[in-house]
Design a protein around this ligand. Structure first.
Ligand SMILES: Nc1nc2c(ncn2[C@@H]2O[C@H](COP(=O)(O)OP(=O)(O)OP(=O)(O)O)[C@@H](O)[C@H]2O)c(=O)[nH]1
Ligand SMILES: [Mg+2]
Length: 478
């Protein structure tokens, strides 16, 4: 939305957090769904959210010795759930009423904790279906209402989803930071700093030069430079957040017969890949998901790299090379029998700063000393198990270091989605444009765009804050 402000500039107007009242009548319906997995279990939770939640409570929830005819909010109550059509008891349950706006969705919410069984759930649903203003919820609709109600911003919505999807400790920790609002706070800080810069510049535009202190534009530029450096540091994170969220891609590569598939089986603790003494056994890529000390790692076994006339093997080799190039980390496996000859020529272009080395078949080699001193390289015998413990400890430490996973959560990356990176990159471009702008009016426009980009990350774009910031932080008429 655009508007014309006092000085005739076109500016991006505030889009405050959308509110529930902005919903259409159909959307305002009360929604219900089973919030726990379907099937037999001790407890199943049915959630009802919307204006009719209180009416549902009145007609479905019956409790002995109840003194008042409204629920005590946020307090569990032992009750009978009854069918409104014939009054039959459906289940002996617990209910809790969350009064708006202090609920997950910011609407009235009723939670029914029933015994989880197909007939019970179906019966409660049939009771809920008797209310014309109730309908089954769509996928993600409770969270959508939480966002529309201003309870969650987009980073928290994404965090919540990632938290539910998290399969390793690293993913859980990263997602929890976003879901609990810590990432939101960081982005909000950046946005409010940009808006403060804008407030300084707006003052220059709105008030005559005599009313504004000297050097205000330089002050705004100085702040913008610091902000830009801050954003650039966030962007320069080696994509750690996105990688941990989606899994670290680790490609095993090397010449045929080195023991690559043996390594995959060792990591997987099962016979996942075929191992034979015939060079060229592995043709296609075989991927497995592993949890290495809390880090999600997607390990790929690949075809041994060599020159081949065989059509199928050549395709496998091409795929292997592509997998290594696309991986976040690669692990080159070499047999110590032939390692002295060095890395074959056609593999050298695959080696990068993120390549680790595993010298295998220690049991067959005489001189193993020369390889162990290199960083991120280990000597083992996958056949006898010699050195494998040190290798696993070293690999885990190298991954922890590379993804800076252990230690202070405050240093954890805040960019976990490509969307964040794209908006942050744009915000950095607008800040650069502001720093270089000669004209105050154009400069202000660049800052507005920068703030808007950050606002897109949280799903909120607010320019009312600019006015607030002017009056709160800037001394006019001095
Ligand atoms: N002596 C000895 N043999 C090993 C060791 N590790 C693996 N092998 C053997 O080496 C042969 C090749 O192992 P693989 O794991 O299939 O090798 P690869 O690198 O996957 O080979 P390709 O799939 O052909 O590229 C098999 O006979 C393994 O049993 C080891 O540490 N010592
Ligand atoms: Mg193999």
């Amino acid at each position: 939305m655009h508007c014309l402000c006092r000085h005739g500039l076109t500016c991006v107007r505030a889009r405050p957090y959308s509110t529930i009242s902005a919903l259409s009548t159909a959307q305002r319906k009360t929604i219900y769904a089973l919030s726990t997995p379907p099937g037999k279990a001790g407890v199943g939770v049915i959630r009802v959210s919307g204006p009719a939640a209180l009416a549902v409570w009145s007609r479905l929830i019956k409790a002995k010795n109840r003194k008042q005819d409204f629920p005590v909010p946020w307090k569990f109550e032992r009750c009978h759930i009854v069918h409104p059509e014939d009054g039959r008891v459906i289940d002996d349950a617990l209910s809790v009423f969350f009064k708006a706006p202090k609920s997950f969705t910011s609407e009235d919410v009723l939670e029914l904790h029933v015994h989880s069984g197909r007939a019970i759930i179906a019966s409660v649903f049939s009771a809920l279906a008797t209310f014309p203003s109730c309908r089954p919820a769509e996928a993600g609709e409770f969270t959508r209402r939480a966002f529309l109600g201003g309870r969650l911003d987009l980073t928290e919505v994404e965090g919540l989803r990632d938290l539910i999807d998290a399969e390793t400790e690293g993913q859980r920790r990263l997602a929890l930071r976003a879901a609990s609002g810590s990432v939101r706070n960081q982005y909000e800080q950046i946005r409010s700093d940009i808006i403060h810069c804008l407030a300084l510049v707006e003052a220059l535009i709105d008030f005559s030069e005599e009313d504004v202190e000297d050097g205000v534009y330089d002050q705004a530029r100085g702040q913008a430079r610091r902000l830009l450096a801050n954003i650039e540091a966030l962007l320069d994170d080696g994509h750690r957040g996105e990688i941990i969220r989606s899994g670290i891609k680790l490609a095993i590569f090397g010449p045929p017969n080195a023991g690559k598939s043996t390594l995959l089986n060792f990591l997987a603790k099962r016979e996942a890949a075929i191992v034979t003494s015939v060079p060229g056994t592995t043709r296609d890529i075989l991927e497995l998901s592993l949890d290495i000390d809390g880090l999600p790692v997607i390990v790929a076994d690949t075809a041994g790299l060599r020159k081949s006339e065989d059509l199928v093997e050549s395709i496998g080799i091409e795929r292997a090379r592509a997998a290594v190039q696309q991986a976040d980390i690669s692990l080159c496996v070499l047999s110590l029998e032939s390692a002295a000859a060095g890395l074959p020529q056609d593999m050298q272009d695959l080696v990068s700063a993120d390549t680790y080395f595993l010298f295998n078949k220690n049991d067959l080699a005489v001189d193993t000393q020369q390889h162990t001193s290199k960083p991120n390289s280990w000597t083992v015998s996958l056949a006898t198990g010699d050195g494998t413990e040190t290798f696993m400890t070293g690999l885990s430490a190298a991954l922890q270091k590379r993804f800076q996973f252990k230690g202070d959560d405050d240093n954890a990356p805040i960019i976990t989605h490509a969307r964040h990176r794209s908006h942050l990159t744009s915000a950095a471009q607008f800040l650069r444009a502001f720093i270089e702008a000669e004209d105050v009016i154009f400069g202000a426009e660049e800052l507005r765009y920068a703030a808007k980009e950050i606002g897109k990350i949280s799903g909120e774009i607010g320019v009312e804050d600019v006015l607030d910031s002017i009056f709160r932080n800037f001394c006019i008429g001095k």
